[in-house]
Ligand binder design. Sequence first.
Ligand code: F6R
Length: 366
Amino acid sequence: GKGEHRHFMAKEIFEQPQVIGDTLNAMYNPARGSITLPDLPFDMADVPKVTIVACGTSYYAGLVGKYWIERTARVPVEIDVASEFRYRRPVLQDGGVALFISQSGETADTLAALRHCKAEGQRIVSVVNSPESSMARESDVVLQTNAGPEIGVASTKAFTTQLTVLACFAIALGRAKDTLTPAREKALAAALAEVPGRAAEVLAHDEAIRDIAQFVAEARDVLYLGRGTSYAIALEGALKLKEISYIHAEGYAAGEMKHGPIALIDESVPVIVIAPHDEDDLFEKTASNVQETVARGGQVIFFSDAKGVLRMQDTALHAIAMPEVDPFVAPILYAIPVQLLAYHTAVLKGTDVDQPRNLAKSVTVE
Ligand code: F6R
């Protein structure tokens, strides 16, 4: 049942501290402070390339995975939505890993891509939530998300547990490739171990985000901006909003604003900005993109840490101060406020949150 919640989606959003912890427990060794994947039938040190294929929200998890794997393990990653992958005749590399991400493990396009890669001799790794699924059965290795059953059509806890698994994969590959120092591996593992507790702190902003949703619910169009892994969270936030509230939303890399979308900005367009502090000072670049938006009347809703919120207090219409964390794990936590914002906006709109029109939980036709 839904417990104390009005919708399965709300219940599933609030389960995230628990299920992220359950997912991490299978791979994190607290005594050694290290990450261990299940036994693999190949040596990770030899992997020349990773190809990621998925659909929808699972694809956005893959996009975060690409940023993580390339940064942490220095292995090139190619990523496609499954419906495009096979038909462009992708060039696969011998000994490459093909990584499929799917809550259901049954999505037709993703499964067809998996079979294509298997026939081409790739190592098949899948990140799935349903251990009995076709993808799980047909893979060389299954990295399980322990999200439990996800009933709401809009994916929430499946996404953050997929991110948790992908973070562990990136760390394990980095260790195998010798691109991570033992000290950095320990720090990343410790940052991951903190995520369940930090996620609970993020959920405490529920009421503040419900207030912000009153403003978003009035909008016809909404923009989501971010850089780096926050760009993927911007895309995911926009998808979540459009599928359950039916408000038109777009996610953009913040640096792309001036290449076109800034033309859309006026006082009626909420601009949701995902901007944790990071290793590369992308924060400052995002902050200046936000100033350009505000100069054109954009109404900014800012998700950052306390320092970032302080910096933008005169600029943003609303701001939420997120916990201070290692930038590596930020996308797992910043997924939560965009889920809550979509949820409360949809509730205000009176839509069928758990079963939005035209959508199915599992898409088994191409
Ligand atoms: C969005 C959503 C869909 C799924 C997509 C892939 O909230 O739920 O975009 O993420 O249909 O489904 P799986 O992960 O089952 O392959």
